[in-house]
Design a protein around this ligand. Structure first.
Ligand SMILES: Cc1cc2nc3c(=O)[nH]c(=O)nc-3n(C[C@H](O)[C@H](O)[C@H](O)COP(=O)(O)OP(=O)(O)OC[C@H]3O[C@@H](n4cnc5c(N)ncnc54)[C@H](O)[C@@H]3O)c2cc1C
Length: 422
């Protein structure tokens, strides 16, 4: 394969940065990854991947290794069953019964297992740890310089900001001082519990099926990971409904006493109480989103991907899937034989045409979805009202033919490049 005549610096080695580094390296591109932490690391929690996320991973030729680490031979249906958080956990809606025909297969995976699956595919010499980028400077040559706290720098033709929702590189795209983050007035308590433990404690619900336990001002997502042996639990609590307020100044993730969690869900139904009793050491996350969404993910030769571009609320389980769609799109465009130093701007302009409209649609939907989940009960939606709002919420996220979209865009780019040469 012909090596490209441009180099790329990726800031951030999370799920998106790592996938991007592998994809670009395979495309013959000289890549360096700068990660703030001392190693690739993910919190010990699960992540749900929808059909579109899996197609993007397949397009990147990463799906098989991920399935191996997830202990799954193939993806499976991950359609949620919605039940009430209180009372006898009456069934409100079953997504399984409402969808037909389309691809609905997904995957629940332990986050560290995802990184473990990808790490062997990455050349270790291209990653530098303990390297927190503090700023990006545009040079007269059009190239960019990354600055680090130890006064070291790195110069690249293209900077990819994969540095998460609190991104530093984003200010090179939207300008310094702009603060696009909002607090959703929601706390999420996260934990993992062996499914056998819950069975022994008398939990009768088939928790191997993903569940969403909904109520007024709160909902709990549960789904199995690690070959259906562990239950991933995310319990959302939102005392102030439907608002997004200013970013919180204190740390977003804190360890809390289990009592805080149990108090927040006091009076819930017996199954929920039994599950939460086994979440011994919950962490509490203050859930933020980028709001309003960014019009553009690109400025000059700085490109944002993943949460740096569109950090959204977790209510659709779609954040990292949108990041993988970014990575697939960017890898196809940058690896294309027609992309070189002189055509780089045209390639990233295509990325910026394709990605913001779609990822921002999903971001807005993630906000809408949270408002639906947290409004079941007296003064809020009825069962019928919930059903009407939930119907079809995931389909636009899942049923998107990314490969066809990118192939069409590349075809247009090729024609434009030929026309410009003649
Ligand atoms: C409670 C909760 C549940 C969720 N559940 C789901 C789900 O089920 N499905 C789903 O698709 N999504 C889910 N998400 C969203 C998902 O976690 C994110 O979309 C995803 O982790 C984003 O990946 P990323 O690689 O873009 O960013 P990150 O995972 O945030 O990675 C960023 C990396 O950049 C590094 N970094 C940061 N700043 C710098 C810097 N200045 N210099 C160098 N390195 C830097 C960080 O150390 C980190 O390694 C959930 C989110 C939350 C909060």
């Amino acid at each position: 394969m012909q090596r490209k005549d441009f180099n790329v610096a990726i800031v951030g080695g999370g799920m998106c940065g790592l996938a991007c580094a592998i994809g670009l390296t395979r495309g013959g591109i000289n890549v360096q990854v700068f990660e703030a932490a001392s190693k690739f690391d993910e919190i010990g929690a699960g992540v749900g991947l929808g059909p579109n996320a899996l197609r993007a991973l397949e397009g990147l030729d990463l799906l098989d290794v991920v399935l191996q680490k997830a202990n799954e031979k193939r993806p499976n249906q991950r359609l949620f069953c919605f039940v009430t958080v209180g009372g006898n956990h009456e069934k409100i809606y079953d997504y399984y019964e409402s969808t037909s025909g389309e691809d609905t297969d997904g995957l629940g995976i332990y986050r560290p297992a995802f990184l473990e699956a990808l790490m062997p595919l990455l050349d270790p010499t291209i990653t530098q740890f303990n390297k927190r980028a503090v700023s990006v400077e545009k040079l007269e040559s059009g190239r960019h310089l990354l600055h680090f706290p130890d006064n070291s720098t790195y110069e690249a033709d293209l900077i990819i900001g994969a540095d998460g929702i609190k991104s530093t590189t984003r200010s090179a795209v939207i300008g310094k001082g702009a603060s696009p983050l909002g607090f959703s007035n929601t706390h999420a308590y996260r934990g993992l519990v062996p499914i056998e433990t819950l069975k022994a404690a008398g939990v009768k619900t088939d928790v191997k099926r993903p569940h969403n336990w909904v109520g007024m001002g709160q909902h709990i997502i549960t789904f199995p990971i690690r070959d259906d042996t562990i239950l991933n639990i995310v319990a959302f609590n939102r005392p102030v409904p439907n608002t997004i307020s200013e970013e919180l100044p204190h740390p977003w993730v804190e360890s809390v006493d289990q009592k805080e969690l149990l108090d927040a869900y006091k009076g819930c139904g017996s199954e929920v109480c039994a599950i939460l009793q086994h979440m011994k050491n919950p962490s509490r996350w203050s859930i933020h989103t980028l709001y309003p969404p960014l019009d553009s993910y690109v400025k000059d030769r700085v490109v944002l991907i993943g949460d740096a571009a569109h950090g959204m609320l977790p209510h659709l389980g779609a954040g990292v899937g949108q990041g993988f769609e970014d990575v697939y799109t960017l890898c196809r465009l940058l690896s294309h034989p027609g992309t070189n130093k002189s055509t780089l701007d045209a390639a990233i302009a295509v990325y910026n045409e394709l990605r913001p409209p779609r990822a921002n649609m999903v971001l807005q939907r993630s906000i809408d979805m949270g408002n639906i989940y947290d409004n079941y009960g007296p003064g809020g939606y009825t069962v019928q009202g919930m059903r009407e709002r939930l119907r079809g919420m995931w389909e636009p996220v899942w049923n998107h033919d990314l490969e066809a979209q990118v192939t069409t865009a590349i075809g247009e780019l090729e024609r434009k490049n030929v026309a410009e040469k003649n």
